[in-house]
Design a protein around this ligand. Structure first.
Ligand code: EPZ
Length: 417
């Protein structure tokens, strides 16, 4: 099994080019089921994207990959299977996003329930709630969601009881083919969802957003071919912003839109980090005296849960006791025991982690059970004394494109063995 070996305490400097967003590409790949021909550019070729491609191929889509150009081309065939099997959904929960498009286009779908996950129970009840409101008949049998809408879906008003990224996406995808107008309220409005909306608009849907309310008027004529460039990965950018704040002489994070990172920039500034913002890049340098801060994870435009673990590493270097409350997932502190093994002083009470800083971290052999927890251990390894070995790096490969290549280019001592 592959591991990352990191020799810590090495100053980093240079340019980091941010890849396309994994969490925007996944729903847009699912949305490609609604199209004729699609050409996606700026695609991050990480493991989760390949898993989604496998699923689309299984369903019957022709997929052409041009990895060096970061392009995927997808062509819809006539003979489609309306099935997403367990073996392809269990490894990547986003597989459940094919439910909305299959149901709305082919009037039926059988999609495996994704099952549990390391960061929380992550049910899909809100996805099903929205599809039922649109007129689907749904039953759960043998671990599968079996959905049918013999006469097609019908636009309606849907108010989500709580905000969910995936449920908003599945509802948008289903509303695309529904008759009439769908009004979704209390929606997630993450930048990745706005990218999906842009894609659906190119496919002919009329969509309006006002706050957390999204109005969808079903498709008109679907164009023969559409092109779409995936937005940058704000979580990858945020991860390297933390890396830069911890140990860079000067890192320039490129190929981004800083307006999307408003919350992260504000937090870093509050902590005393030196930041210079340009139109498509941010340059960042290490700060000797970081100030403590209290954060709570929230849906966008709030502080993202996907950056909680990385910012916790930054807090180990701030003066005083910082706090992070994890409000989105019930089990997303798995990096804490590993960070403590490296010398971090962290206590968890209920949903909140209390981080005492500044602490000198020591290299250790560590492992984590999800993507963002794993990358936080890489960041910790980069600032720790001696050598850190990060195990189970297949988690990192699910979502970080060329992680060690990008860090190595900035002179970090990191290698995959
Ligand atoms: C998306 O997951 C992201 N995944 C996650 O990225 C991210 O952490 C999360 O949104 C929150 O921002 C993708 O975009 C592929 P949710 P999703 O539905 O859609 C509960 C990463 O590291 N809920 O917004 O699954 C749920 O349990 C990751 O890239 C229900 O109760 O997240 C959670 O507590 C992992 N019922 C909360 O809502 C439902 O039907 C928010 O989840 C759906 C969700």
């Amino acid at each position: 099994m592959q591991k990352l070996f990191i020799k810590g305490k090495k100053e980093i400097s240079g340019n980091i080019f941010i890849s396309g967003s994994k969490n925007a590409t996944l729903p847009i790949l699912a949305a490609s089921l609604l199209a004729n021909e699609v050409k996606l550019s700026n695609v991050p070729f990480v493991k989760d994207i390949f898993t989604m491609i496998e699923l689309l191929k299984f369903i019957g889509i022709i997929v052409k990959i041009k990895k060096d150009k970061k392009i995927i081309e997808l062509i819809n065939k006539k003979n489609i299977k309306t099935l997403a099997p367990y073996k392809l959904v269990k490894t990547m929960r986003a597989g459940v996003l094919v439910l909305g498009p299959l149901l709305t286009k082919y009037k039926k779908a059988k999609v495996s329930l994704p099952g549990g996950c390391a960061i929380g129970t992550r049910p899909v009840d809100l996805h099903l709630f929205a599809l039922k409101k649109l007129g689907a008949k749904i039953k759960i049998k043998d671990g599968y969601i079996i959905a049918e809408a013999a006469k097609g879906l019908k636009g309606t008003k849907i108010k989500f009881p709580t905000i969910s990224v995936g449920a908003t996406e599945n509802a948008l995808l289903a509303a695309f083919g529904a008759k009439g107008t769908t009004v979704l309220s209390n929606c997630a409005i993450e930048p990745e969802i706005l990218d999906l909306i842009l894609f659906l608009k190119k496919l002919g849907s009329k969509i309006k957003i006002s706050g957390r309310k999204i109005t969808v008027v079903g498709k008109s004529v679907i164009p023969k071919k559409i092109n779409h460039k995936i937005i940058f990965d704000r979580i990858e950018a945020g991860t390297y912003l933390v890396g830069g704040s911890l140990l860079s002489k000067k890192i320039i994070i490129k190929q981004i839109d800083p307006r999307v990172l408003k919350c992260e920039i504000q937090i870093l500034k509050k902590m005393g980090v030196k930041i210079t913002i340009s139109k498509n890049s941010i340059s960042i340098s290490r700060t000797k005296k970081l100030k403590k801060i209290n954060l709570t994870t929230k849906p966008f435009p709030g502080f993202p849960t996907d950056l909680q673990a990385q910012f916790m590493v930054l807090m180990t270097q701030a003066n005083g006791v910082s706090q992070i409350k994890e409000n989105i997932f019930e089990n997303r502190f798995m990096h804490v025991p590993e960070l403590k093994r490296m010398g971090a002083k962290i206590e968890i009470r209920n949903k909140t982690a209390f981080i005492q800083g500044p602490t000198n971290l020591n290299g250790a052999e560590v492992m984590a059970t999800d993507l963002r927890a794993s990358v936080s251990l890489v960041l910790a390894g980069l600032i720790a004394d001696n050598r850190t070995i990060v195990n189970r790096i297949y988690h990192l490969d699910r979502g970080y494109e060329y992680l060690e290549k990008k860090l190595k280019k900035c002179k970090a001592e990191i290698k995959r063995v």
